[in-house]
Every structure is written in C-alpha cells, then in structure tokens.
Design a protein around this ligand. Sequence first.
Ligand SMILES: [Zn+2]
Length: 140
Amino acid sequence: MSEQPRTAVPRLVVTQDNEFWFIAARQGRLEIQRCADCHTLRHPPAPACASCRSLSWDSVQASGKATLHSFTVIHHPRDAAFGYPLLVGLADLEEGTRLVADITGIDRDELAIGMELEVAFAEHPHGETLPQLRKPGSAA
Ligand SMILES: [Zn+2]
C-alpha cells in the first residue's frame, strides 16, 4: 500500500492580536494574555478585555501544568497531513485559562477527564510550532 500524498494544510492566521503568542510558541513558551488594568487572563488572544474592556495588555508565561477537561477523537474527514485517529484535548491550565491542543504520546484508552498533562511543543506541517498535550515528564 502506498502512502497518500501529503495535502497542503492551511496556514494559520497570524494577526497583530495573536502574533505574540505564536512568537512565544516558536521559542517553546506558552504565553497567556493578561489585561494590564484588571489582570484578567484570557485565551485565545483578543484585542480587548472581556471583563473591563481595556485595550491594554501584557502576558504571563504559563507553567505548562494542565489537567484534561475534555477531549475528542477525530477519525473523519481525513487529511493526509495528519495521523489518525487524531486526539485533541481541551485542557485547564494551572493559571485558569483553557487550551485546545493535540494530544501526543497517550493512547485513546488511557485518556481520562481530570488526568494531569503538561504542555510541550512541536512543529506542524503548516510550519508553525504549536503546543501539544502529553503526560508529565514524558520525552519530547
Ligand atoms: Zn480587564
């Protein structure tokens, strides 16, 4: 059986509002946007604070500690650029925001809501380095 050709994965849309997050990810850091006025954390990045409407913000570096809030197992539609089944998790970060990311190195049958995870980084076919969720202390 021959391998299917890789398809073109759409490039991610990087804007002035989320560029800081992608730059940090390329450097292996998970940043969380923080309102500079009321200090509310928010993710995904947005131009204004949903709590106080301030346009001023900075960011804090996440610890990478997370727990699995929910997950899905994607079987279809298949794109040759990804491996299937594709495990995608919604994780509660220690800091209080949530992150959607691929789950790596964990079998579907091992996944359990509330299990401890950590954030690692990997380059994707579209050329961006993005966070992944894995078991704490597992090899990259
Ligand atoms: Zn605010």
